[in-house]
Ligand binder design. Sequence first.
Ligand code: SAH
Ligand code: SF4
Ligand code: F3S
Length: 455
Amino acid sequence: MSDFQILDASRETAAAAHPKTFYLETFGCQMNVHDSEKVIGTLTQQGYQQVQTEEAADLILYNTCSIRDKAEQKVFNRLNDYKKLTAQGKRFGVLGCVAQQEGEKIFERAPYVSLVSGSASYRKLPEMLVRLELGEKRITGLDDRQTDETFETEFTARTNRHRGYITIIEGCDKFCAYCVVPYTRGKERSRTSTSVLAEAQRMADSGYTEIQLLGQNVNSYRDSEGKRSFAELLAAVGEIPGIRRVRFTTSHPRDFTPDIVQAIDAVPTLCDHVHLPVQSGSTDVLRMMQREYTREWYLERISWIKAAKRPISMTTDIIVGFPGETPQDFEETITLLAEVQYDAVFAFKYSPRPNTPAITMADSIPDETKSERLQILLDRQREIQRANYSNHIGQTLEVIVEGHNQARGQVIGRTSQNKTLNFTTGQPILPAAGSYLPVRVTKSFPNSLVGESVA
Ligand code: SAH
Ligand code: SF4
Ligand code: F3S
């Protein structure tokens, strides 16, 4: 204990004399964005100061993504671009999914990197930072599927003052054939609902009105105290006084249960939007992907959502060109889009990934065909969205103000269904970010709405 105090005191003096600075750039999904907020909070707590450029920083950190090859290459390009800064004594750290996936190989590829840590080791960051300051050259945090621990910290540097993320479950145990996440994020582990609700309450107390619950498969949540199901946790967050909107992402079809829709029906603050990745409309491809559901099974979940009391907006993820996907399989994905009528589709060309079971299958669909299929899919989907979005014309929807588009003289709003609604107010003073207003929709595009605020 006394050693710890001495170390702490000397570090405070050092920090005061020469504030250590860091730069952090984030790639990847919302989980990574939120991890970065927690990493920034942790570093700040350790006496570091965040700066906005690599050049101004003592420590340069990249929080990386390896979901597709292109994402992975970004970090190596960045490291290459900035390695010249090592001459000035700057240190580099690679965090996140590429760090966990490549591990110590990163030191071989980029010898000037001093820290490599996957997300399952972030709880050890304070200790790793001390080792870095003592001059250690190769520090790793590569806890993998063994760990049961989650990264919880009260020092989260949230950038938005109105809307904030809370990670409720980390990792993934599903092992889809194409996906790196079970290897990069470790095994599935949930926080207690008590700790999630305490964090949500603290956020409400400090003025947040919108909470987004996060997890690779957010609805696979299992309260380690056994107090609440996922749907009960959703409802409990939605009932915290001051909280006006609750979102959750990403839901996995396997764990999508009717009580989630019932909770949305019962609790008005739960947003009317479900992101439910299907990946393919063909049962044969779903089997090869090891998704463990069929087209019909997925569509049954969609029918529950469509039967809700409020219209619930649905969005999805799709992979085109998975090994063995025939033109008929692809056509089944297209007919699925027409059947569900999604409000947004995030579609990707299949990218073979290290360590995954699918890497042993021949990447049999030529890139040209993948691109063609992607384009067909996006064209069809645009027409579906054009029709969906036009259905809002004449409706009055509540938006949260996200910002202003000075050039167009518009206020940028977001609806509960997660749609962008840009609007004018006719007033000289524009509403502040974070305020909620009713807006009448006057015009629509395939990806956004336009309207006028209702006095
Ligand atoms: N847990 C979520 C998905 C998280 S990954 C789920 O199972 O639904 C985000 C998206 O990236 C996936 O939905 C998938 O569409 C895409 N993706 C994952 N691995 C990929 C790969 N190897 N190639 C192309 N897209 C991939
Ligand atoms: Fe990846 Fe499948 Fe886990 Fe989603 S469920 S993160 S696609 S392995
Ligand atoms: Fe990328 Fe890791 Fe998220 S691979 S998508 S940053 S979980």
